[in-house]
Design a protein around this ligand. Structure first.
Ligand SMILES: Cc1cc2nc3c(=O)[nH]c(=O)nc-3n(C[C@H](O)[C@H](O)[C@H](O)COP(=O)(O)O)c2cc1C
Length: 332
């Protein structure tokens, strides 16, 4: 029996998860500090930034860092990207040593550096390769495998239903679809009708397999609408969580009570910026922390009246003091 309430627990193979609001993998964003805050504000599952199986096989220091859990991350998905079974096999022991709760395979990244190797969304053109990765992992560990993919390479070649079937027939335990083709990138509007078709097929043919939806989840009400319109089991927030980790609690509240408490106050956002900056300084080299925090700050301040001067200052911030001084202008 599927739970009919919109916010509900999720089971992925042998893994029980409290709710159905996940943070999507976001290269360059979903580092330990950001995941820590998303979990604190209600995300039910978080995923690493994507890591290459070649880097894992070589025990590359940066890759190992990317596969490290946050302190509050009881459950932790690691997303891999690869174009060949050989490097997955060579790196497999190292991948297991990182102790992921779920191993996710990236079949959606549209970045040329990734697709020209045959990885990411290029796998939409070579589904049999994706199937071999899923099969190898599920034959060799009990850790559930999930697959995150797009609707196809382009609108003339949308193959998401067959792609999903192949993933599930080879042992995948959950799916997440970003409802756009590779060539659509991140615009225009995501095609949620494809999510409805996918969910319908999976629920009819594959009992107990959860389907997650991704694409244009910018506000809590988008989450409510996606759940209602497409019947997906859960949501993966991506750009909507950048600069707004509150979106998980806000969406949970909306789903449970019907009350929309969006948006968060300026004060809440400034406090979260400071908390994220402290975490960045704890986990990264300070100069990197100050540089990387700038893009998060701009997202936090989006839509706040009079914040353009603050954003300009933050673009040059090189110390904690620079951040504090710039942010203090917001309350003037
Ligand atoms: C900056 C950025 C980085 C991303 N990195 C990844 C990634 O590493 N792996 C992945 O599967 N998807 C990645 N995505 C795609 C998102 O997870 C998500 O599917 C997509 O942004 C659609 O959701 P949205 O329209 O709600 O943002 C990335 C998206 C953005 C904007």
């Amino acid at each position: 029996m599927r739970d009919s309430s919109l916010y509900h627990p999720i089971k992925i193979k042998n893994v029980q998860i409290e709710g159905n609001l996940f943070l999507a993998p976001l290269a360059g964003y979903t580092d330990i500090p950001f995941r820590t805050l998303c979990l604190k504000h209600g995300a039910n599952l978080t995923t690493s930034e994507m890591v290459s199986t070649e880097g894992i096989a070589r025990n590359n220091r940066k890759t190992t860092d990317l596969m490290t859990r946050a302190e509050n991350e009881k459950l932790f998905a690691i997303q891999i990207f690869t174009d060949n079974l050989d490097s997955l096999q060579r790196g497999f022991e190292n991948l297991l040593a990182a102790n992921p709760t779920i191993i996710d395979i990236n079949c959606g990244c549209p970045v040329p550096k990734v697709t020209k190797t045959g990885a990411g969304s290029a796998l939409m053109k070579t589904p049999e390769k994706m199937a071999s990765f899923v099969k190898f992992i599920s034959d060799n560990t009990d850790i559930p495998v999930s697959v995150k993919f797009r609707t196809g390479w382009d609108l003339e070649n949308e193959n998401y239903l067959d792609f999903a079937k192949l993933a599930l027939d080879n042992g995948a335990s959950s799916l997440c679809m970003h409802a756009r083709t590779k060539t659509q990138g991140y615009m225009p509007t995501a095609n949620w009708d494809r999510l409805e078709k996918l969910t319908d097929m999976v629920h009819k043919k594959y009992e107990g397999i959860p389907v997650f939806g991704s694409g244009d989840l910018f506000e809590p009400k988008d989450g409510l609408n996606m759940l209602k319109q497409t019947n997906v089991d859960g949501l993966m927030f991506a750009r909507g969580a950048i600069g707004n980790p509150f979106i998980f609690d806000q969406t949970k509240h909306l789903l449970l009570t019907g009350e929309d408490i969006y948006p968060s106050s300026v004060q809440d956002r400034v406090e979260l910026i400071q908390e994220q900056l402290d975490l960045m300084c704890k986990y990264k080299r300070e100069d990197l922390a100050f540089r990387e925090m700038r893009k998060h700050c701009c997202a936090y301040l989006k839509g706040i009246r009079g914040s353009s001067k603050v954003k300009q200052l933050l673009m040059k911030a090189e110390s904690k003091n620079d951040y504090i001084e710039a942010l203090s202008l917001l309350s003037e």
